[in-house]
Design a protein around this ligand. Structure first.
Ligand code: AMP
Length: 311
């Protein structure tokens, strides 16, 4: 598969790489890491990263401006995105060939060429494996910046190597990547430094979550709470894992109210929750999923289902 992907990359002069909306470090890491690798090893090719920029990820990289005309004759690669609805960038179907590289369950097998590995901790780890194949077969080189991007993706999606998706291979890849001379302290600061206000909201979450005897927990964060603490809905990404520290917790859902929807952010320590997310039009990984609901009544239905899963 990796060989086929590299052979396909070799055939195209123009490559446009997409990833998912509401990006996280693995979305940027896999997208921009792959871009950097292709650009370095094929300097004559034109390589672009598509999708809206998320200011909170500026420390990692910035995407490019791409217009519809650019897609003519291009290879389009989408990384880290399980379903087409979550692809950021509207023209991804306008290229010559569409390729999916992802580690989410393959619920929506889009693309002419697909490489999906759900046992990989992150798409960035897959991109590193692709690099190894390129190195073996075609003498690809790694760069410090690609190493930094892929390392960030792996650290982000493994919850700093704590999630069970972290394998011997993940650590091996991370150990290869840190041989490159990027500033890890600076990277971790970009990823994990939080504003004071967010820590206050974290305190609010610890004080206000509700948990039943089976360890099913939830907390609702509405717009007025966000305003009260001075944080944005997207800032809260750094807090979703926090309830995982609570003794006896089994699975949890944090609701974050946005202007037009309530985001449902689900995490689990055991029961598979992505089917529950799918019931509400979302999806994701077995132990980390998400969806959107449009009323607090609907949110309560998610809680009922989550409690059922933990029984
Ligand atoms: P989040 O809580 O946004 O960090 O999402 C956790 C995981 O759930 C992500 O890695 C996505 O794979 C998935 N996810 C979140 N929201 C959705 C959605 N609306 N549809 C499909 N998958 C989602």
């Amino acid at each position: 598969m990796k060989r086929q992907i590299i052979d396909t990359i070799e055939r195209y002069d123009k490559i446009i790489i997409h990833r998912h909306v509401r990006p996280d470090p693995d979305a940027y890491g896999s997208q921009m890491g792959l871009k950097e690798l292709i650009q370095t090893n094929y300097p004559m090719k034109q390589v672009f990263a598509a999708g809206a920029h998320d200011e909170s990820l500026t420390y990692l990289a910035c995407p490019d401006q791409v217009n519809k005309e650019l897609y003519e004759g291009a290879l389009v690669i989408v990384t880290d995105t399980g379903n087409t609805e979550r692809i950021d960038g509207e023209f991804y179907t306008q290229g010559d060939l569409l390729m999916k590289i992802d580690h989410h369950p393959d619920v929506d097998p889009y693309g002419d060429v697909k490489w999906v590995n759900t046992s990989s901790s992150s798409t960035s780890e897959m991109i590193y494996s692709l690099f190894e194949e390129g190195q073996k077969q075609y003498g690809w080189n790694m760069t410090t910046d690609a190493a930094r991007l892929l390392f960030a993706g792996i650290v982000g999606d493994t919850g700093r190597f704590m999630f069970p998706s972290t394998t011997v291979h993940t650590f091996a890849v991370a150990s290869d990547l840190i041989k490159f001379d990027f500033d890890r302290a600076e990277l971790f600061a970009g990823m994990y430094e939080v504003k004071r206000e967010l820590l206050h909201l974290k305190g609010y979450i610890y004080q206000n979550f509700e948990m039943d005897d089976n360890g099913a927990a939830f907390v609702k964060i509405n717009k007025s709470i966000l305003e009260q603490f001075g944080v944005t809905a997207s800032d809260t990404s750094q807090l979703i894992g926090a309830l995982g520290d609570v003794k006896g917790i089994c699975a949890w859902v944090i609701f974050i109210e946005e202007d037009d929807q309530i985001r449902v952010r689900l995490r689990s320590k055991g029961p598979v929750i992505n089917q529950l997310a799918a019931q509400f039009g979302g999806g994701g990984h077995p132990l980390a999923s998400g969806a959107s609901v449009y009323s607090w009544e609907e949110a309560d239905k998610v809680i009922v289902e989550l409690k059922r899963l933990c029984e």
